[in-house]
Design a protein around this ligand. Structure first.
Ligand code: TYD
Length: 201
C-alpha cells in the first residue's frame, strides 16, 4: 500500500498556509489518514535546524546542506513510513523550495542540489505539487502586513523575482506533477481552485 505525497510551494506571502486546513479536511472526509508537516522542520531535530536556518546568517551552501540534513530526517522518520502505510502526506514546502531559494535566488549550483536530492531522496518525489503563484508586489505587500519577518522575508524584490521565476521554471520542467494556482485572486476563488485540484487526486 502506498499513499500520496502532496507538497505546497510558493513565495513567502503567496498564501499557501491558509489552505492547509481545508485540504486536510477534504482528504480526511474521503477516509484518508493525513499527515500534515512542513520543511524545514517536520521532526524534532528538523524543527531545531529550522530555527538555525531561518535566523542565523550562513553561506548559501551551508544552508542547502542543512535543508537536506533536515529533509533526510523528515523522510526517514515521517514521510516514508506514512506513505508506506498508505497515508497522505501534505508538506508545506519540500525540495522545489531548495531549487527556488538556494539555487534560483542565492546561486547554489543546480548540479550540487541534484546530487543531494539523489542521495537524500533516491526516487522519492511528490505526486502532486501545488504552486501558489502571485506577482512579487503582492507577496511583498502581504508580508509587510504579516508578523515579524524571518531572514528570508526581509529580502528585496529582486530576490523574490528570482524565486518566482525559479518556481515557474520548475513547473515547466515537471508539468505532470505541478499545478499552478493563481493566488492573486480573492480568497474564495483560490480556495475553489485548490478544491478542484484536490478532488482530482
Ligand atoms: P515558510 O513555509 O514560508 O514558513 P512560514 O510561512 O511559517 O514563515 O518557510 C520558511 C522559509 O524557508 C521560507 O522563506 C523559504 C525557506 N526555505 C528555503 O529557503 N529552502 C528550502 O528548501 C525550504 C524547505 C524552505
Amino acid at each position: 500500500m502506498t499513499g500520496k505525497f502532496i507538497t505546497l510551494e510558493g513565495m513567502d506571502g503567496a498564501g499557501k498556509s491558509t489552505h492547509i486546513g481545508n485540504i486536510i479536511e477534504m482528504l480526511e472526509s474521503r477516509g484518508h489518514e493525513v499527515i500534515s508537516t512542513r520543511e524545514p522542520g517536520g521532526t524534532p531535530l528538523g524543527e531545531q535546524l529550522r530555527e538555525v536556518i531561518l535566523h542565523e546568517k550562513m553561506h548559501a551552501e551551508t544552508e542547502t546542506l542543512l535543508m537536506f540534513a533536515a529533509r533526510r530526517e523528515h523522510i526517514a522518520c515521517v514521510i516514508a513510513p506514512a506513505l508506506a502505510r498508505g497515508a497522505y502526506v501534505l508538506s508545506d514546502r519540500f525540495t522545489d523550495a531548495t531549487y527556488a531559494y538556494q539555487c534560483g535566488a542565492k546561486g547554489v549550483s543546480a548540479s550540487k542540489i541534484e546530487l543531494l536530492e539523489q542521495w537524500v531522496q533516491a526516487d522519492l518525489q511528490p505526486d502532486i505539487t501545488l504552486l501558489f503563484d502571485v506577482p512579487v508586489e503582492v507577496s511583498i505587500q502581504r508580508l509587510s502586513t504579516a508578523r515579524a519577518p524571518d531572514k528570508f522575508e526581509r529580502e528585496n524584490a529582486e530576490f523574490f523575482t528570482r524565486i518566482r521565476h525559479a518556481y515557474l521554471q520548475r513547473a515547466i520542467e515537471n508539468p505532470v506533477r505541478f499545478r499552478i494556482i493563481d493566488a492573486d485572486n480573492p480568497l474564495e476563488i483560490v480556495k475553489k481552485s485548490v478544491e478542484d485540484i484536490i478532488l482530482t487526486i
